[in-house]
Design a protein around this ligand. Structure first.
Ligand code: ADP
Length: 323
């Protein structure tokens, strides 16, 4: 392996820069030339591909977002469009491509490998949603979790001054991990997430019970993949008369300097992706399971339903702790 390329694609996540840095530095350490593809698959098609040096990734480990930029590029699903991108890699003699993103981005990588046997592809899970199978954690999840915790702690101060119920809508798409983890970490009264049944009447009664025994405020965390914060407030006020305020945290969850956990995870996964390429592996996504680095075939990542189910014991615990 003499030349590789790296790109970031789909939704951005804090820690993507740290992953790019690890790929670039480890490649150069092993005398492999590295190219950065700017703006994800869009840049691959537009030939926005530039050689990266050791200094190109200096001063990036602590930065949120991605200095390679990211983009959604629906045209990449079209084979003839992909052929252009593949040609742009081939003409430079690039034999390996590291794709940092979500499972949509992995699908693009898998297509490249299917259509061009001489280009290996490896995926690195970069998304705050923690919704990629084949890994316990994705890069960006921990930072987003900490952003939510910090925000809810601040909201709690004002909630208690006015004896209010706050409904906080958090991201995660169809995955409830951000809601579950943040709910446990902030001591939320209730957590509503897509993977578990909920009953708004029960939640309303619990809030009322809390008010009756003198609670100053209540926090409900709702995952965006389940319902909106406003919908939740509407439903709740059908059963109880509370001053419920809604806070949609939105894109602040995607930003910020990556936490230590995310920087370390990104560096380990970036280094491992490079190792796999050097070993001739392809069409796999890297991950971490029980603190061990893992590589899972893209096909299994797309088809395995069991690997990333919500942690039922954690969910049960949140109920036990929020009586
Ligand atoms: P994520 O990677 O975060 O899941 P998307 O689902 O938006 O984000 O995918 C990112 C990009 O990956 C898309 O804009 C597109 O360029 C590419 N992509 C997604 N699905 C496919 C597919 N089935 N075939 C080829 N490319 C795809």
């Amino acid at each position: 392996m003499k030349k590789i390329a790296v790109l970031t694609s789909g939704g951005d996540a804090p820690g993507m820069n740290a992953a790019v840095r690890a790929v670039v530095r480890k490649a150069i350490y092993h005398n492999i030339e590295v190219y950065g593809v700017y703006q994800g698959y869009q840049g691959l098609i537009n030939d926005d591909i530039h050689k990266l040096e050791l200094g190109s990734v200096g001063d990036t480990i602590q930065r949120g977002g991605t200095f390679l930029y990211s983009a959604r590029c629906p045209e990449f699903k079209d084979k003839s469009v992909r052929a252009k991108g593949i040609e742009n890699l081939r003409k430079r003699g690039i034999e390996g491509l590291v794709v940092i993103g979500g499972d949509g981005s992995y699908r693009g990588a898998q297509r490249i490998t299917e259509e061009c046997q001489d280009i290996q592809t490896i995926g690195i899970p970069g998304t705050i949603d923690n919704d990629i199978k084949g890994t316990d954690f994705t890069i960006g999840f921990d930072t987003a979790l900490n952003t939510i915790i910090e925000s809810v702690d601040k909201i709690r101060d004002t909630a208690s001054s006015h004896a209010r119920t706050f409904i906080i809508e958090v991201m995660g798409r169809d995955c409830g991990d951000l809601a579950l983890w943040s709910g446990l970490a902030v001591g939320a009264e209730s957590i509503i997430l897509p993977e578990a049944d909920y009953n708004i009447q029960d939640i309303a009664e619990k809030i009322q019970h809390g008010i009756d025994r003198g609670k100053k405020h209540s926090i409900i965390i709702v995952a965006e993949g389940c319902m909106s914060g406003n919908q939740c407030a509407e439903e709740l006020t059908k059963y109880i008369n509370v001053d419920a305020r809604v806070s949609v945290l939105g894109h602040i969850q995607r930003g910020g300097s990556p936490t230590g956990v995310d920087r370390v995870l990104a560096s380990r996964l970036g280094g491992y992706a490079l190792e796999l390429l050097m070993n001739g592996e392809t069409a796999k996504g890297v991950g971490i399971k029980d603190n061990h680095l893992t590589a899972t075939e893209f096909d299994l990542i797309f088809n395995n339903d069991d690997t990333n189910k919500i942690n039922k014991r954690m969910l049960e615990l949140t109920k036990e702790l929020s009586i």
